[in-house]
Write a protein that binds this ligand. Sequence first.
Ligand code: GAP
Length: 448
Amino acid sequence: MEELVSLCKRRGFIYQTNELYGGMQGVYDYGPLGVELKNNLKQAWWSSMVYERDDVEGLDSSILTHPNVLKYSGHEDTFTDPLVDCKDCKSRWRADHIDEGKCPSCGSENLTDPRPFNLMFKTTIGPVDDGSSFAYLRPETAQQIFTNFKNVVDSTSRTLPFGIAQIGKAFRNEITPRNFIFRVREFEQMELEFFVEPGSDDEWHTKWIEERINWWEKQGINKSKLKILEVDKEELSHYSKKTVDIMYKFPHGLEELEGIANRTDFDIGSHTKNQNDYEIKSDVIRNEDSVTKLAFQNKISNSWIIPYVIEPSAGVDRGFLAILNEAYKIEKLENGKERTVLSLKSHLSPIKAAVIPLKRNNQNLVDKAMNLKNLLQSIGLGRVLLDNAGNIGKSYRRHDEIGTPMCITIDFETLDDNSVTIRDRDSMEQNRIKLVEVPDFFKKSLKN
Ligand code: GAP
């Protein structure tokens, strides 16, 4: 893990937030390369969920959430971790992090009994901070999908089964943020709420587990590092009938990358008005505040039902960490030296190609390189960089380390015969091709 953390900082993937004021635990910033990789990952998810399917719509809802949403979702009552205080050193721990009844910090056995601690962040709304007007920062993106269910159905005329996809920030006041970006207080989720007829839920659940494993494989995660874990009945979230976690072998151990839950009719049943009009099977809180009927009318039988929900919910930050971990390699070279290489799938690479003039001060070379950079950039496949550092060997190493799939060198031969050298990141092979062929070569190799 240390090597990844160091690469992330050195090359501008991830920084500790507000480091100049001592930092904040469990909060990170994504740097110039990090933001590109993260956007590419989110785009890959969005494409597979929304563009490549015909039964999913997108949404981008607010982070500030009405307290009633999180009251009826059950989060106010149940979104807690049991905490233990050390009466001697005053540190606070999650109960499951206490070993043999001893404080992990000072070893004292003088501990309180576990007490529930709600993980949601609250913030004041409006100018007066008297506690009466507040909102939560959403702890999951899912709830605002449920509260928009009727809006989306009305504006798109969708029928079951169909889904609503959303990517966005979520906030949890984790007691022990740890393992770099694995467990943080501010993170992003990619969540799909897929609404189905009751009775077809088990089948859809199985389908989504398969889909999601295949998707992670396409992002470069080796299947042998993934494990499927069915969550024990006693550990299921209050809304779930069955949850399957996709676990990944992170550098610190096997941990959850994505959860795929059968949320039953709990969510739509919780937020609808007139709950008594429907056969809601799950155990919902009695809702006297909702002003909207969320049930769905079956167009054939005309009956109103509360749909079941299958939810694949993935963490962007955990995905980022898994992908970096998977791509990071140190290779021994024939000359006895080593190189660090990030063998990212090219659709995820922060920089798609680097155009490198052999000499930084030669205006002819630099102009030619700039023209090619602009041409490749205009194709719209992602960021292309003009790398004018003037040391070709160092540029190759740097681009290996940040995962750039190809480097294109403009040298003096280019000025004579309009040919360039293309160097492949993984094989380090170099080929000479005509300048006019570069755009097609670029498009083709990025598709692989
Ligand atoms: N809507 C369901 C839900 O939020 P979850 O298992 O609590 O379920 C889903 O979260 C995913 O969000 C997790 O699999 C994980 O990838 C990510 N996640 C959850 N808490 C996180 C945290 N504190 N830091 C980073 N990622 C987190």
